[in-house]
Design a binder for this molecule. Structure first.
Ligand SMILES: Cc1cc2nc3c(=O)[nH]c(=O)nc-3n(C[C@H](O)[C@H](O)[C@H](O)COP(=O)(O)O)c2cc1C
Length: 343
């Protein structure tokens, strides 16, 4: 009995298997943040290759919310048409598509931006010192997430993922290493998760009830005094009833600390978040082997597995993995003559 290629549903989003492409910046949009031909080719190829759900790279909710000058954006209406072309291309090739909405916070490197963060602490010796956000900045950011989600809906996305990981703005609020505020947004876990909760509330005002909402978190900061999976689980539990349907579990990126990244090192984080919150999770990191992916799903350690760099190397990974696991997966009809035949 195969688990990796079993279909499932989250709210109204039907998924043909459990393979997810995680968000990966392509750094090839122009300063206008608009989708290019590369994006269409890149994402549609992974749809052709059999991935069930593609999560589009970190997409700025405002110009200073971009990680680089070449990120995609959804901060203005003329960015909707390109995104619609992208969702149409992916849907036409049998996959579902989500967008990761991001504010880069202190890790914004786009040129000429007003870099802001919960507290005025730079990422490292080479980074700019961000400006500590005022209440008005925070309120503006919440509204920008709402407006970006509204545009994502108009562009035809099946799911939105709120980027709460890797030391970008929301993640900076979640971690005590980057959030040293003394107001209601800093200090206790309840305070540090307040902004994420308010962003979820604002997104839910415009995001259709029948479509899922996902949050990506860094479940460990890899530095003393930072967050661990248990902290993230506790914070997610405080806001999950606002409407989190899925958690995309990653780690790190909040401070320069580098984890000992060995095969499967983040799977226990996913497992903990799933167990402690009761929410379905996407887990992964350095997963390349079909048997390993199958085992993660079969054992119930995660509900979905993300395959990142391996899908950059090989867009047809799911078709090949199905073959290796002895699963009869439908191939694109144009490629059917190349499908391996089992005796
Ligand atoms: C080129 C590249 C760009 C990435 N961009 C993002 C991003 O935009 N948002 C995000 O949450 N993670 C990003 N990541 C992290 C991936 O989503 C994923 O968590 C990481 O690559 C680990 O999975 P893997 O070992 O299967 O590649 C990026 C990774 C790569 C390699």
């Amino acid at each position: 009995m195969n688990s990796l290629f079993k279909e499932t549903k989250i709210k109204n989003m039907g998924l043909k298997n459990r393979v997810v492409m995680p968000p990966m910046c392509m750094y090839c949009a122009g300063e206008d943040g608009v989708v290019t031909d590369w994006h269409i080719l890149h994402y549609a190829s992974r749809a052709v290759g059999g991935t069930a759900l593609l999560i589009v790279e970190a997409t700025g909710i405002c110009p200073e919310g971009r990680i680089s000058s070449n990120d995609l954006g959804l901060w203005q209406d003329d960015q909707i048409a390109g995104m619609k072309k992208l969702t149409d291309a992916v849907h036409a090739n049998g996959a579902k598509i989500a967008v990761q909405l991001n504010h880069a916070g202190r890790k914004c490197t786009a040129e000429g931006m007003d870099v802001e963060a919960p507290s005025a602490i730079p990422f490292d010796g080479e980074s700019v010192t961000p400006r500590a956000m005022t209440k008005a900045d925070i309120e503006e950011t919440i509204q920008q997430f709402r407006q970006a989600a509204e545009r994502a809906e108009k562009a035809g996305f099946d799911m939105v993922e709120i980027h709460g990981a890797h030391g970008y703005l929301l993640s900076e609020f979640l971690s005590p290493l980057t959030n040293q505020r003394t107001d209601e947004y800093g200090g206790s876990r309840e305070n540090r998760v307040r902004l994420l909760g308010q962003v979820i509330d604002a997104v839910k005002e415009v995001w259709p009830e029948e479509k899922p909402l996902c949050v990506r978190v860094s479940a460990e900061d890899y530095q003393e005094g930072g967050n661990m999976a248990e902290d993230l689980a506790e914070m997610l539990n405080l806001v999950k009833d606002k409407g989190i349907d899925l958690v995309d579990v990653s780690t790190g990126g909040v401070v320069p600390a580098v984890p000992n990244a060995v095969k499967g090192y983040q799977i226990p984080h996913g497992e903990k978040i799933k167990k402690l919150t009761g929410l379905p999770v996407i887990a992964g990191g350095l997963v390349t082997d079909p048997q390993e992916a199958e085992e993660i799903i079969f054992s119930g350690r995660a509900d979905f597995v993300y395959i990142g760099r391996e899908l950059l190397r090989n867009p047809y990974w799911p078709l090949q993995a199905a073959n290796e696991l002895g699963v009869d997966m439908a191939w694109p009809k144009q490629y059917e003559r190349a499908k391996p035949r089992h005796k």
